[in-house]
Design a protein around this ligand. Sequence first.
Ligand code: 5GP
Ligand code: MG
Length: 180
Amino acid sequence: MPTRPYVIDEMISAKTIAARVEALAKEIHDTFRDTDKLVVVGLLRGSFVFIADMVRELDLPVEVDFIEATSYGDSTESSREVRILKDLRGEIHGRDVLVVEDIVDTGYTLQHVVGLLRARAPKRLKTVALLDKPTRREVDIKADWTGFEIPDEFVVGYGIDYAQRNRNLPFIGAVRFLEP
Ligand code: 5GP
Ligand code: MG
């Protein structure tokens, strides 16, 4: 999809992200320290960098699985209609599950995915989101752990894209459109 010209203003540095991921992993480890196996479920595609860093900080028996949901298409606005494009490979009945999301915005995506997974009767199900935009919330949901609360800006980097670009930036930046 063609996009208007834009620049990216750094919002959260790679170093700050790394320190926060380490701190989150400690808290998650404490919660699941007695687990026989933790199924870490990444929401594709935006969480792929976050989940990669997170699991390497978790000194626990871990299984990694992915689910792909979409509400965005290639636009910058949520459609509020969440569709599952790819379901989990494994079963989570009776398992410990950690859902890893990149951003909680309106909240529809996390609400939908949590509802879907809870119906499969996991033993425990917790959620972690790297970013949270609380001012944008339309449904009453909050991740159990949040990396950073951010203002209502469209962000990219650290796995998060704009029209499939900029996922490989090591930091989180805000997209600023240039005047035509
Ligand atoms: P929600 O359903 O909470 O409105 O949207 C959550 C999803 O929207 C996130 O998983 C993320 O993929 C996408 N999203 C929300 N805010 C942003 C943003 O600032 N940049 C990008 N690239 N995606 C976003
Ligand atoms: Mg997403």
